[in-house]
Design a protein around this ligand. Structure first.
Ligand code: HEM
Length: 449
C-alpha cells in the first residue's frame, strides 16, 4: 500500500499566481460544479491566497463534520473580517473552550426555552402579516428580513419593535456589510463603519445584559445570563455580548432566506400548497391557533421545510483550515491548506435524491425518506457535533410563520421578475420575490373545496 507521502495531491488547478481562482469562485455560480465534472468529487484550487481542497458528497461531509474533526480548524476557516467584527464567539472557538460555551449557550435555543418564544414569534408574525395585507404588493425578502430581525432582537436583545429596533437593524446592516469588505479601518470606509456599528451594538447589549442581571427574564438573553454548567461556570458579560451578536448574525439572514424560498416554492407548486393548507385547516378545526403541540403535528409541512432546506440551502458550504495533514479518497491534503465542504452539492446528489432538480416534498415521506439512504446527505444546518446551534429555534420560527401564512393568507408572484437564485451572502431570488398578498376568504375557500 502506498504511504501517505506517496499519495498524490488532489487533481485540479491552482489558477493564476496569487489570485488563484478567487474571481471564478466568487462570481461564477457554476464554479464547483464545472470542476467537479472535470476532476471528480475531490479537487484542488486556490481561493483567497490559500491552496484549497474542495470535498464533495456525504462521505466528505461526514469526514469534515464528524469523524476527522481533529484535522480541521473552524477558526482558520473564517476570513479576518469575521474575527474582528464577530469577536471571540462560538463560530471561531475550538476544543474545550468551544465545548464549554456551546453547552452554556444551548439551553437558550432548545427544549423548554422554545416554548417561551412562541408568543413573541406569533405576535410579530401576525403584526407583519397585517402590514403586508395593507401593503398589498411588496418584495418579500426585505420584509422577511425585518420580521426575522424583529423576532431575533426582541428575544435576544430585549428590544420592542419600533424606533429602537429600527436603529439596531441599521447598525446591524452596517456590521454585516463590513464582513465582506476590504479591512481598511478609516471612519468612512465600509469596514470602518462596520467597526463603529459593532461597538454601538455591543454597548447596547451590555446595557441589556446588566438589566437582565438585575431583573432576570425568560427570553434568550435572560437565559444566557443565568446559564450555568455542572461546575458552576457562567458566561462573563464580555462573552455574552459577543455570543449574542453572533446569534443575531447567524440566525437572521439564513432564516430569511429559507422563508423566502418556502413561500416562493408554494406559489410555484399549487398542488403542494393545497395539501399544506388542508393540513393546517384540519389542525385549526381541531384545536385553534398554532401552539407548540400543533407544531409537532404537521408532517407535511415538515416535509416541505426539509425540501426547501435541500433545494434552497441558505448556506452553500463551509471553510475549514487544515491543521493536520490527512488522506481522503486516495489523495493527500497537506497541513496549512483550506478545506471546503459543499452543502448544495450533497443535496443534488443523484445517487441519493431522485430527480434532485425538482421540488418534491414527498421524497421525505416516511415511505420514501430518500435522505436516509446515506448519512450526512441533508446538511443545510451543517452536521455532527457542531451542527447549527439554532436549528430547533430556526425550524420553529419557519414552521410558525409558514403555518400562519397558510392558514390566513394567499399570495401570487408578480409576473416578469427575475427568479434566478443568487447565493452571496445567502441564497435568494434575484428580484427579492415580488408578490401580491391578500387575506384568504375562508368561506369562499370552503365553498370551492
Ligand atoms: C434557516 C436558518 C439557519 C440555517 C440554514 C443555518 C445554517 C447553519 C450551518 C450550515 C452551520 C454550520 C456551518 C459550518 O459547518 O461551517 C451553522 C452553524 C451555526 N449556527 Fe446556524 N443556521 C440557521 C439558523 C441559526 C440560528 C437561528 C442561530 C442562532 C440562534 C444559529 C446559530 C448558529 C451557530 C452559533 C453555529 C455554530 C455552531 C458551532 O460551531 O458549534 N443558526 N448554521
Amino acid at each position: 500500500m502506498a504511504s501517505s507521502a506517496q499519495k498524490p495531491l488532489p487533481p485540479g488547478s491552482f489558477g493564476l499566481p496569487i489570485l488563484g481562482e478567487t474571481l471564478s469562485f466568487l462570481f461564477d455560480p457554476e464554479f464547483a460544479r464545472k470542476r467537479q465534472a472535470q476532476y471528480g468529487p475531490v479537487f484542488k484550487t486556490r481561493i483567497l491566497g490559500r491552496p484549497t481542497v474542495v470535498m464533495t458528497g456525504p462521505e466528505a461531509n461526514q469526514f469534515l463534520l464528524s469523524t476527522n474533526m481533529d484535522c480541521f480548524s473552524w477558526r482558520e476557516g473564517w476570513p479576518g473580517t469575521f474575527k474582528e467584527l464577530l469577536g471571540e464567539s462560538l463560530f471561531l472557538q475550538e476544543g474545550e473552550e468551544h465545548h464549554r460555551n456551546r453547552k452554556l449557550l444551548m439551553p437558550a435555543f432548545h427544549g423548554p426555552a422554545l416554548v417561551g418564544y412562541i408568543d413573541t414569534m406569533q405576535r410579530l408574525t401576525d403584526r407583519y402579516a397585517r402590514r403586508w395585507e395593507e401593503m398589498g404588493q411588496f418584495t418579500w425578502f426585505d420584509e422577511m428580513k425585518q420580521l426575522t430581525f424583529d423576532i431575533a432582537s426582541t428575544l435576544l436583545l430585549g428590544s420592542e419593535p419600533g424606533a429602537e429596533t429600527a436603529q439596531l437593524s441599521r447598525w446591524f446592516t452596517e456590521l454585516t456589510n463590513g464582513l465582506f469588505a476590504p479591512p481598511i479601518r478609516w471612519g468612512w470606509t465600509t469596514f470602518g463603519r462596520a467597526i463603529s456599528a459593532r461597538d454601538r451594538l455591543l454597548d447596547h447589549i451590555e446595557q441589556v445584559v446588566k438589566a437582565r442581571q438585575a431583573h432576570p427574564t425568560h427570553d434568550a438573553l435572560g437565559l444566557l445570563v443565568q446559564s450555568e454548567d455542572e461546575e458552576g461556570n457562567r458566561l462573563s458579560i464580555e462573552e455574552i455580548k459577543v455570543q449574542a451578536l453572533l446569534m443575531l448574525f447567524a440566525g437572521h439572514e439564513t432564516t430569511t432566506s429559507m422563508l423566502t424560498s418556502l413561500v416562493m416554492a408554494l406559489a410555484q407548486h399549487p398542488d403542494v400548497w393545497e395539501k399544506a393548507r388542508q393540513e393546517q385547516e384540519a389542525l385549526m378545526a381541531a384545536s385553534g391557533p398554532v401552539a407548540l403541540e400543533q407544531i409537532r403535528q404537521m408532517p407535511y409541512l415538515d416535509q416541505i421545510v426539509k425540501e426547501v432546506e435541500r433545494l434552497y440551502p441558505p448556506v452553500a458550504g463551509g471553510f475549514r483550515g487544515v491543521v493536520k495533514a490527512f488522506e481522503f479518497n486516495g489523495y493527500r491534503v497537506p497541513e496549512g491548506w483550506m478545506a471546503l465542504y459543499r452543502i448544495d452539492a450533497a443535496h443534488r446528489d443523484r445517487t441519493i435524491y431522485t430527480s434532485p432538480e425538482s421540488f418534491d416534498p414527498d421524497r421525505f415521506s416516511p415511505d420514501r425518506a430518500e435522505h436516509k439512504r446515506s448519512d450526512f446527505s441533508l446538511v443545510g444546518f451543517g452536521g455532527g457535533p457542531r451542527v447549527c446551534l439554532g436549528l430547533a429555534f430556526a425550524q420553529l420560527e419557519i414552521k410558525l410563520v409558514a403555518a400562519h401564512l397558510l392558514r390566513h393568507y394567499t399570495w401570487e408572484l408578480v409576473p416578469n421578475q427575475d427568479l434566478h437564485m443568487i447565493s452571496i451572502p445567502t441564497l435568494r431570488p434575484k428580484s427579492g420575490l415580488n408578490v401580491v398578498f391578500k387575506k384568504r376568504d375562508h368561506a369562499q375557500a370552503q365553498a370551492a373545496a
